[in-house]
Write a new protein. Structure first.
Length: 581
């Protein structure tokens, strides 16, 4: 089939469906999408609440719990231990399919009745203030993370210990305020840097020891602003910056920002991969629009935050042996042939499921575990299931759901955004695809008005000691005013506390106390990464000694997440490697 251009139901812009896309849709027996890739992503991510937590009540026990579902939703929420127990039966909520109503209306009715787990955590002791975590111990305000210990205020951690304020960092220890880094120790304020030790303020570096304020360096020691020093000179100069002082820290940050703005950047981080486009990709092949892909990804498109997945499209947070996934959020773990699913793992041949595990042959189900041949949580025989499933798909096409924006949802469309239990500001849509209020409403996303806070502030921002060495232990547990005071667009909580353990960490690494609340710090880390978009651009290298000496600038072209209007100097992979190695 040839390439085809369609007009998006949502944003009304044209988008292209490639021949390989049509082959995929035919393979899994779904029609082509009517939303463009970005609108499909927004529609999925409105179903993903990672970082908004609430006090709620377990509907089974009456116990107070922490929940990702606000009490305002009026959903039935169980403590996770009860939800996973045999004390209740999800199939008891099964309902007959009603051919007088659209499918999505019936799904919404079912969702209002079936109990949901309060959090998406697994085996995470002393880590109840967090969500979508597995095998985390003694972690606080950590989200979407796996196998970590003694970490706080972080997202997307894997195998990391004794660290604070990180975003998508793996196999690291004693690290602070870093983004997209791996295998680091005692490394702080760094971005896209791996295997670094005892260093600070690094960008796109590898294998550095005792370095400060560097970019694009490989396997160096004792460098400051990319200049080589002896050990003695390095230690003297590094100490002179006085980073234990908040004023000293801010001065250095500004100096570093000015230093790196004129430095060249690699068009994308793509490591040992073949025929791929996107950014932050390792060990992938034959895939398009991949972001934060950590290995064994093949024949995939429009996927973010994935590992070990094949022949799949349109997903966030997926993998661990996943094949034939389409339109999924938080799906995978030994799974096959899943379509239009949220929070579903170890399932086979399922469509339109929410919070289902270890099941097969499901359609429109919620909260099922280890079940098969179910529709709207009602069990059927194999023959009954297959016959009814075919009738429902036909019914979805003849009586589609129409949302408040007059968008039509037939079989093949993901859940309507207006059915999500979460508001725009509660989800990761705001992190990856920020929208103003009007745009969010136009998209049909729910808006949660900002809650008025009335904290009793113990310490105003200007009352904090400038230097960490002058900070008394009595500050632990006090309510500290956030410097933004709620005036920013970073979900500011207006105040925060510093724990005793956190204070000792700052003292150990000799870094000044933060002046921003955890939410504001999180959004400032997010701002360092590039968007989940690509632009077609050409290499900007004009240096001598490269393969393009007779042609300036370099003629190589590529897809990059650096927008054309941005100021950075962008190099193709060949020119970049010529400069850094």
């Amino acid at each position: 089939m040839n390439q085809e251009t369609k007009n998006c139901q949502n944003c009304k812009k044209d988008f292209t469906i490639e021949p390989e896309d049509f082959n995929f849709y035919e393979k899994i027996k779904v029609p082509p999408p009517t939303f463009c890739p970005e609108c499909r992503a927004i529609r999925r991510l409105i179903w993903r609440n990672e970082r908004s937590l609430y006090h709620n009540i377990c509907a089974f026990s009456g116990k107070k719990i922490i929940s990702m579902f606000s009490p305002e939703t009026n959903l039935v929420v169980y403590d996770r231990d009860i939800w996973w127990s045999d004390k209740w039966d999800p199939t008891s909520y099964g309902q007959e399919y009603d051919f007088s109503k659209p499918f999505f209306t019936q799904f919404q009715e079912l969702m209002s009745k079936v109990p949901l787990a309060n959090l998406g955590n697994t085996n995470s002791p002393k880590s109840e203030y967090g969500n979508h975590n597995a095998d985390c111990k003694n972690c606080y305000l950590v989200y979407a993370s796996f196998s970590n210990e003694n970490c706080s205020y972080s997202n997307g951690l894997v195998n990391t210990k004794d660290s604070l304020d990180l975003y998508k960092v793996t196999k690291s220890e004693q690290c602070y305020n870093s983004t997209l880094c791996a295998s680091c120790y005692n490394t702080h304020f760094s971005y896209d840097s791996d295997e670094c030790i005892d260093s600070m303020f690094l960008t796109s570096c590898l294998g550095l020891h005792n370095c400060l304020g560097c970019i694009n360096l490989r396997h160096k020691r004792y460098c400051i602003f990319n200049e080589q020093y002896t050990q003695e000179e390095y230690e003297r100069r590094a100490a002179s910056y006085n980073l234990g002082s908040y004023e000293g820290l801010k001065r250095f940050e500004e100096e570093y920002k000015n230093f790196i703005k004129d430095q060249f950047r690699r068009f994308a981080f793509i490591f040992k991969s073949i025929n791929v486009t996107g950014d932050n990709i390792m060990f992938a092949k034959n895939s398009r629009m991949l972001f934060d892909s950590y290995g064994d990804v093949e024949n995939c498109s429009y996927i973010t935050h994935a590992v070990n997945i094949k022949d799949s499209q349109d997903a966030y947070g997926t993998g661990a042996k996943m094949e034939l996934l389409y339109e999924g959020v938080d799906c995978g773990i030994n799974a096959y042939n899943m379509h239009f699913c949220v929070l579903a793992h170890s399932c086979v041949d399922v469509d339109y499921t929410y919070m289902c595990f270890g099941s097969s042959k499901l359609f429109g189900c919620i909260g099922l575990r280890n079940q098969e041949y179910c529709i709207l949580n009602k069990k059927y025989s194999k023959e009954e299931y297959e016959k009814l499933r075919a009738k429902i798909i036909k019914h979805m096409n003849t009586m589609p759901y129409v949302d408040k924006q007059s968008r039509v949802y037939k079989y093949g469309e993901f859940f309507p955004a207006e059915l999500s239990p979460f508001a725009y500001s509660e989800t990761i849509v705001e992190e990856y695809y920020p929208l103003n209020k009007k745009k969010a409403l136009d998209y049909g996303l729910k808006i949660k008005e900002k809650v008025s806070r009335d904290y009793k502030i113990d310490l105003a921002t200007e009352e904090l000691p400038d230097h960490i060495k002058d900070t008394n232990e009595s500050i632990a547990g006090k309510v500290v005013e956030c410097m933004h005071k709620g005036t920013c667009k970073e979900q500011c909580t207006e105040a925060f506390k510093i724990t005793a353990e956190e204070l000792q960490f700052y003292k150990k690494i000799n870094i000044a106390l933060p002046r921003l609340c955890p939410n504001c710090r999180h959004f400032q880390r997010l701002a360092k990464r590039n968007p989940l978009k690509l632009w077609h651009r050409a290499c900007m290298c004009e240096k001598e000694g490269h393969d393009h000496d007779k042609v300036k600038p370099c003629p190589n072209e590529f897809e990059t997440s650096y927008a054309p209007e941005r100021p950075e100097i962008i190099y193709c992979e060949k020119c970049y490697q010529k400069e850094v190695y």
